[in-house]
Design a binder for this molecule. Structure first.
Ligand SMILES: [Ca+2]
Ligand SMILES: [Ca+2]
Ligand SMILES: [Ca+2]
Ligand SMILES: [Ca+2]
Length: 446
């Protein structure tokens, strides 16, 4: 009896500690009716704010895909994770009819915010899509599209006194007075923006308009492996503009095709107010002449399709292997989820171009009968995972992985057919032809 009672106590304590460690899950579904408990997907709440209000630090809110959420949410003083479970393509917070900041993270809101599109917010706020105040959240895999503030700064994000990490995000078509997409005010050196694309954002409107994509004010953020293109500023710094002190850093980035009132020179890419110094290292900057830092180039980055916003690099790009290999905080994967670095060094910008050897489909470092067998398994055994390096399986290099590839491999192995297309095993290299196949990692290559 005593033992049973003790066991019961221990079990209860263990259960409590497990709950405590993992936090309470909450579920939100835009199509749910009122009255859900929020504790299961089938009894979901119908508003994100309701889940935030019911949650405690350490909890996780799972936001299910469906029609856009139309609400302006605030997380204040607690660290909760808010996850769009199906990612930004299927989970949207739409501000069309709201006029207010869509997401406010303040007073120690240090959780993870991931997997949303924040769009169509228009008004006069600082941070028309997201405001981060005195908090250190991680904002990951979010799309900030077409948010406009007419009087305020930071059309997408306004960060103040915060050491946030913004990673794997896409900023497009956002507009503000200063900092068309992103504005950092009084932010410490731990503020990091990594693996993000800034495309076609604008600083325009009232009076002086600086920083078409990014404006730093008395801040020391680090921009690393970002691609910042075709942003415009009415005054200075179509790409980035900095002033008011602090020490911003730009590392392993591409800053290209941005324009301001003076044209598309170096200052239109990265502008410092008098007395300000932004250090720029191992980056590709249009019209590069003199910047504080080392390792920069001013050569055409050679995007796969610049005008369509495809910022992958062509195999001949001078940005390949031109990044700093030892900079702290290099994201271990690129915009495609491919391992970074591959080859001799990281590539500048959001894309890492894979280095692989064609034919080693099963990624075991050799090219033999195991490779067509692995290819056939992947293609025809339901539930088989894709190989780590799909490019290596595209033996005939026609840009698709299909039955033609194991046939090609078998022909090369047993019938003295042509070897796999370049880079053919055992040579390691980049794909000389552009296609959409990916290579997360290739064991046989650096
Ligand atoms: Ca590389
Ligand atoms: Ca890539
Ligand atoms: Ca192999
Ligand atoms: Ca093929």
């Amino acid at each position: 009896m005593k033992a049973a009672f003790f066991t019961c106590i221990v079990t209860t304590l263990f259960a409590l500690s497990v709950n405590d460690a993992h936090g309470q899950p909450w579920y939100v579904d835009a199509t749910a009716g009122p009255g859900g408990t929020g504790t299961t997907p089938t009894s979901a709440l119908n508003s994100i704010q309701l889940a935030i209000d019911m949650s405690m630090s350490g909890d996780t809110i799972y936001v299910l895909p469906g029609p856009p959420y139309v609400e302006s949410i605030v997380v204040s003083g607690k660290s909760i994770d808010i996850l769009g479970t199906a990612g930004p393509a299927a989970t949207t917070i739409d501000g069309t009819s709201l006029g207010a900041t869509l997401v406010t993270l303040e007073n120690g809101a240090d959780g993870l915010f991931e997997g949303f599109t924040l769009t169509n917010s228009a008004g006069t706020a600082d941070g028309q899509a997201m405001r981060i105040n005195s908090s250190n959240p991680v904002v990951r895999n979010c799309h900030f599209i077409d948010n406009t503030t007419n009087i305020g700064n930071g059309g997408a994000i306004f960060a103040e006194a915060s050491a946030a990490t913004v990673i794997d995000c896409w900023f497009q078509g956002n507009v503000a007075t200063d900092g068309g997409a992103f504005y950092a005010a009084n932010c410490p050196a731990d503020l990091t923006v990594a693996n993000c694309v800034f495309w076609q954002n604008a600083a325009q409107g009232m009076s002086d308009n600086d920083g078409g994509a990014i404006r730093n004010a008395n801040s020391s953020p680090r921009y690393i492996h970002c691609t910042i293109c075709e942003n415009t500023a009415g005054s200075d710094g179509g790409g980035l503009a900095s002033g008011g002190g602090g020490a911003p850093e730009v590392i392993n980035c591409i800053v290209w095709g941005n324009s301001d009132s003076n044209g598309m020179g170096q200052d239109a890419q990265i502008y410092d107010q008098p007395g300000q110094v932004t250090s720029v290292n191992y980056s590709c900057v249009m019209a590069y002449a003199t910047l504080a830092g080392t390792g920069c180039i001013g050569l055409d980055p050679e995007f796969v399709n610049y005008t369509a916003g495809d910022f992958h690099l062509l195999p001949t790009s001078p940005c390949i292997d031109a990044g700093d290999p030892v900079a702290p905080g290099i994201p271990p994967t690129d915009v495609d989820g491919e391992t970074r670095p591959q080859g001799l060094a990281p590539d500048m910008g959001v894309d890492e171009v894979p280095v692989f050897t064609r034919g080693d489909c099963n990624d075991d470092g050799g090219f033999d009968i195991g490779d067509p067998v692995a290819a056939l398994n992947t293609l025809f055994a339901s539930g088989s995972a894709l190989p780590a390096c799909v490019k290596a399986c595209d033996a005939n290099d026609d840009g698709s992985f299909d039955i033609g590839d194991p046939v090609f491999m078998l022909s090369a192995l047993v019938a003295s057919g042509n070897p796999p297309a370049p880079p053919s095993f055992p040579t390691c290299g980049v794909d000389p032809t552009v296609d959409d196949l990916r290579c997360v990692d290739c064991a046989a290559c650096p």
